[in-house]
Design a binder for this molecule. Structure first.
Ligand SMILES: [Zn+2]
Length: 186
């Protein structure tokens, strides 16, 4: 039943997205026909994050061979001042993640992971943005997904990391809602 509600939610979300002509700024960018991927390998700075993503992926998907695959991650120009990271998709089907180095160098480990996993959510998991938030009884607002277009902050991510990772790989928010003391719809 929860799955049906989620499907309905996704459909409604998609329809409303199409019906409202908002100026969409997205860090999932499909490049034009002449664009060519900039990198073929990942900067070793990101190796430990990739390894962590793959480990979580194996656990959450149950697929022991889960890997990031051919998605190089490197520092570079995100081509939009609002984005610290971006997932580029090219006409030949290749993809890559580009991270703003100045942001990375000033960010905590948890913040870095929140951003990088968000970009891999686009590039590897084919996920789109989910900008819903929930309010707890203490009037505190929480993003329900790492796929929020505004990246989940390091404090919330460290506190609810397990819950956010479950949502990232399964699109199920039940764990997060329960941990926040909110009712889960049945
Ligand atoms: Zn995004």
């Amino acid at each position: 039943m929860t799955k049906n509600i989620l499907s309905l939610f996704v459909i409604v979300f998609a329809l409303s997205g199409c019906g409202i002509p908002l100026p969409l700024q997205k860090d999932l960018v499909v490049k034009d026909i002449n664009a060519v991927r900039q990198f073929t390998t990942t900067n070793s700075v990101f190796n430990s994050y990739v390894a962590a993503f793959e480990q979580y992926g194996k656990v959450h998907t149950g697929d022991g061979r889960f890997s990031v695959g051919d998605i190089p991650i490197n520092f570079g120009d995100t081509e939009n001042e609002n984005f610290q990271g971006v997932c580029f998709e090219y006409p030949d089907g290749t993809k890559e993640v580009i991270i703003r180095e100045s942001w990375w160098n000033g960010a905590s480990e948890e913040y870095r992971e929140s951003l990088l996993f968000h970009e891999l959510g686009h590039c590897r998991l084919d996920r789109d943005h989910i900008d819903d938030a929930v309010m707890t009884s203490s009037n505190r607002s929480y993003k329900i997904s790492l796929m929020s277009s505004i990246i989940v902050g390091p404090g919330d991510y460290s506190q609810y990391k397990s819950e956010y990772l479950t949502e990232l790989f399964s699109q199920n928010t039940d764990e997060l809602l329960l941990s926040l003391g909110l009712a889960v719809s049945q």
